[in-house]
Design a protein around this ligand. Structure first.
Ligand code: ADP
Length: 394
């Protein structure tokens, strides 16, 4: 009996031992696989974070460059590569090796000394002038030691071009205003100095003053139109416009001017209806016909015509048989204040802004302008209007 009890106890103990071992084993296996799973999760989270970081960096418009402690490239984003036209792997290279830009070396030295440099501008040695703005700063760790450097690059080229265009515009406007103003001032002074006592001289001087004040007035009107068109303050009042009738009205308005030079005005425009702003299209046609009369040949002919192209676009032209425009000036005549012959334009009371206004108005209608010319044979100005309105549709 005692023996059987002993055997039973022993068997229970052994069973308990194995049960514990098995339980312990499965517990530790479970723990190990839990640890493994958590490590895997951590790895995945860090991979996800890195991928997110890369997506974030690549979505930046600015070029981003991170240098490590030994000033080697650690990370760049897509915008940075695009900015410098780089395709190869840059990690581990120095800036000079990667970009061959010594100005950046100077910048890095300044960042080391000053910890942060803002709005540093560099001009790239490209054929097309390109400007960059760089903001750079030292990255420090929690102990305050230098851990790396971050550089953010912004393309300034467009901004610089706009700045230059604005400066040129202001210089041109000042020049254009100064010429008639100084004439007015000079003649007023001469009149006050005694010329007014001779009625014939006084009359001649007053006529010059009148002509120049009209020029100033025209210039200011054109400048206001240009600035309103450029700032898109002018909203087009779009309606179906009968183009042949509109051209007829413009030619009638300018007939007296054409007769002074014995120029024959011809309306060959078919009965087109376009979707447009009648007042603005009147301004386009009036500017082109006025130019054709001003610069065209005396005893010559000015024709307004057009056709509907296969793609439905309306193409209208104003043609003269005057001296024409040299090939190198064909595109430039649409620039503000560009004149082929400055003296001639001023004599004719031109502001140098007419064709620029024409271009703005046509583009606001979704069309395009261009000029064709054969020297000595004449010039033809074309503009397109995309929409022909079919009035019989309903
Ligand atoms: P402007 O007030 O000087 O006429 P525009 O912008 O209307 O200014 O025209 C710019 C220049 O283009 C003119 O100064 C002139 O030199 C040239 N131009 C325009 N139209 C003609 C044309 N039909 N024939 C020859 N030259 C022209």
């Amino acid at each position: 009996m005692w023996f059987s009890l002993f055997i039973l106890t022993l068997a229970a103990l052994v069973g308990h031992h194995f049960w514990w071992r098995a339980k312990f084993k499965s517990q530790s296996e479970r723990r190990a696989s839990e640890i493994e799973a958590s490590q895997r999760k951590q790895q995945q989270t860090s991979l996800d974070a890195k991928a997110q970081q890369q997506v974030l960096f690549n979505s930046m418009l600015e070029g981003l460059l991170l240098l490590d402690r030994s000033r080697k490239i650690y990370l760049v984003n897509r915008a940075f590569k695009n900015l410098f036209g780089l395709k190869t792997e840059l990690r581990g290279k120095t800036i000079v090796e990667a970009l061959r830009l010594h100005e950046l070396d100077d910048l890095l030295q300044r960042v080391e000394a000053e910890k942060q440099v803002l709005d540093y501008e560099i001009k790239l040695p490209d054929l097309n002038e390109r400007w960059l703005q760089v903001n750079a700063a030292i990255i420090t760790n929690s102990a305050g030691e230098r851990d790396g450097t971050i550089l953010v690059f912004r393309d300034l080229t467009r901004l610089k071009q706009l700045e230059r265009t604005r400066e040129e515009f202001v210089a041109n406007v000042s020049h254009e205003l100064r010429t008639p103003l100084s004439l007015i001032k000079g003649y007023v002074e001469t009149l006050l100095d005694g010329a007014r006592n001779d009625p014939a001289v006084a009359e001649r001087f007053l006529k010059i003053i009148e002509r120049n004040s009209q020029r100033l007035d025209l210039l200011i009107q054109d400048l206001l139109t240009i600035s309103a068109l450029e700032s898109e303050k002018i909203k087009l009042d779009l309606h179906p416009v009968e183009l042949r009738a509109l051209a007829g009205k413009v030619l009638t308005d300018l007939n007296a001017k054409a007769e002074n030079k014995n120029i024959h005005l011809v309306n060959e425009l078919p009965e087109f209806t376009a979707n447009g702003d009648a007042n603005r299209l009147d301004q386009v046609l009036a500017n082109l016909v006025d130019n054709a009369i001003k610069y065209g040949r005396a005893e010559g002919r000015v024709t307004v015509g057009g056709k509907q192209r296969d793609d439905g676009v309306l193409e209208i032209f104003v043609r003269d048989d005057g001296p024409g425009i040299p090939a190198e000036a064909l595109e430039r005549v649409f620039e503000r204040f560009y004149r082929v012959d400055k003296a001639r334009s001023r004599d004719q009371g031109g502001t140098g802004l007419g064709l620029s206004i024409v271009k703005h108005i046509v583009q606001a209608h979704g069309g395009e302008v261009r000029c064709e010319s054969v020297l000595g044979k004449g010039a033809t100005f074309f503009f397109t209007l995309p929409d022909a309105v079919d009035l019989t549709a309903d």
